[in-house]
Ligand binder design. Sequence first.
Ligand SMILES: Nc1ncnc2c1ncn2[C@@H]1O[C@H](COP(=O)(O)OP(=O)(O)OP(=O)(O)O)[C@@H](O)[C@H]1O
Ligand SMILES: [Mg+2]
Length: 139
Amino acid sequence: MTTGIDLGHPQAQSVRSDEDVVRVRQLVRSVAVAVKLSLVDQTKVVTAASELARNTLVYGGGGTVEVATVDNGVRKGMRIVFVDSGPGIADLDLALTDGYTTGGGLGLGLSGSRRLVDEFEIETSPETGTRITVTKWAR
Ligand SMILES: Nc1ncnc2c1ncn2[C@@H]1O[C@H](COP(=O)(O)OP(=O)(O)OP(=O)(O)O)[C@@H](O)[C@H]1O
Ligand SMILES: [Mg+2]
């Protein structure tokens, strides 16, 4: 079976438009299939990636998403990094609260994404912007 995805190298997708967010979803879906995530976990990780890529676009002023496979010797999985050089997230605890939004959204993107993945890490500052790393393991 061929997936068309080169699992040996991280895949990068720039995020400058709505179409790019769709491309992120497609890339994440392909890699999720390739590392044999269950159908439910594929949907979870695609949903999380969609929300985080949209934040990269809307609040970060655009950026990059990188998708890589990971293997800890027991499980295979995937890691996705969302990078922007926007203004950063001023109050991270607040931003991770259900319903908090500065943009008139539902305020569920960050908090919901965190629940949909296995590992979730945010580095953010006004100087460097925002970098969010998520990992989903096949089980
Ligand atoms: N990459 C980012 N850079 C700067 N601020 C961000 C970034 N991502 C999120 N935020 C801030 O965190 C808040 C919460 O994000 P979250 O995705 O949870 O909600 P939302 O985007 O406002 O609404 P929703 O995603 O539900 O449509 C945002 O309103 C914004 O203030
Ligand atoms: Mg959002």
